[in-house]
Design a protein around this ligand. Structure first.
Ligand code: BDR
Ligand code: CA
Length: 317
């Protein structure tokens, strides 16, 4: 089984990605680390625990991570994910923060990777603050990773948070910069435009949510707000092509669990702009080899949507 470590800022699509991993017989989840991002760090932790509880998997350790970006700033995306990060449909019986592990996320990440050298696939679906901090704290941590999957960045200077910046990278550009500077393992990126270009029809989403299971009923409840936002006319501006059912974090997770879902990709060194007045947080692709870091990352281009749909269906079974 593939050993997964998952770093999340649990909003709605992070929840979907976690459920996809939980449903896969091919992976073992060694831990989930939480970061700031879509919502406050407390909410991100609570939402993660709530998802595990719904899936009957409270045995998976959850760790509290960084509350602010490297520059001590915080963004959130409550317009999209709801004020609580999960569509504002609270569950009074959801587990509390006392269910978190005592160890902090960054230390846990380093420990888990140290105990499983060369075996851990790290899937990061939020701002990269925890991952970058781990890389700075322990230079051997990135060297001992098997592979890294990231949801973030953009390839066509198309933003969803700033004019040309994607949320996870804009929420902590320094962290993303550090990760690309230090990473040496195979690294795969599902960018904003990639997920837009591989979106699914809403008729599939209806079928997905209509499954007669507690997981599907839970998802229908927490996804309602986000679905309304995506289907609004205003949202068309953010997306590439016609907006469909687009669950960004699930693309990254699906590729990590089952690499055969990736039908086309390209390899190129990347970095992140830190200084631009308009372009801070934008991903930079270095096709002509001028960046100091020559390590190529794999940018996902095309998905097998039939395999992807099966994986999504299984997540709510
Ligand atoms: C990313 O930002 C967050 O809002 C989503 O959870 C996803 O990780 C998309 O830009
Ligand atoms: Ca996310």
């Amino acid at each position: 089984k593939k050993k997964l470590l998952i770093d999340v800022d649990t909003g709605v699509d992070d929840a979907q990605a976690i459920m996809m991993a939980l449903a896969s017989p091919d992976v073992e989840i060694l831990g989930i680390t939480c970061t700031h991002g879509n919502t406050s760090l407390d909410n991100s932790c609570k939402n993660t625990l709530r998802v595990l509880d719904i899936c009957g998997r409270m045995d998976i350790p959850v760790f509290r991570g960084c509350e602010y970006s490297m520059l001590d700033e915080k963004r959130e995306a409550s317009d999209f994910h709801g004020k609580d990060g999960l569509g504002d449909s609270p569950d009074p019986n959801a587990p509390g923060l006392d269910k978190l592990q005592k160890r902090k996320a960054v230390q846990a990440m380093i420990k888990i990777v140290k105990e499983n050298p060369g075996e851990v696939t790290l899937v990061a679906t939020g701002p990269l603050t925890n991952v970058a901090t781990g890389m700075v704290l322990d230079p051997y941590f990135p060297k001992k990773l098997k592979e890294l999957y990231i949801m973030g960045g953009n390839t066509e200077s198309r933003g969803n948070t700033t004019s040309c910046g994607e949320f996870n990278f804009v929420a902590d550009p320094e962290a993303a910069y550090i990760v690309f500077k230090r990473v040496t393992c195979p690294t795969y990126i599902a960018t904003w435009e990639f997920s837009c270009r591989n979106s699914l029809p809403w008729s599939f989403c209806d079928k997905w949510l209509a499954q007669d299971t507690d997981k599907a009923r839970f998802m229908k409840k927490i996804y309602k707000h986000t679905q309304e936002v995506i289907q609004s006319a205003e949202y068309e501006k953010e997306t590439v092509g016609k907006p469909g059912f687009n669950t960004c974090d699930c693309y990254t997770m699906a590729a990590a669990i089952n690499p055969s879902v990736v039908k086309a990709s390209e390899e190129v060194p990347v970095s992140v702009e830190l200084n631009g007045k308009y372009t801070r947080g934008m991903m930079v692709l270095d096709y002509i080899g001028l960046l100091p870091n020559k390590h190529k990352v794999t940018i996902l281009k095309k998905f097998d949507l039939e395999i992807f749909k099966d994986m999504l269906m299984s997540a709510l079974k």
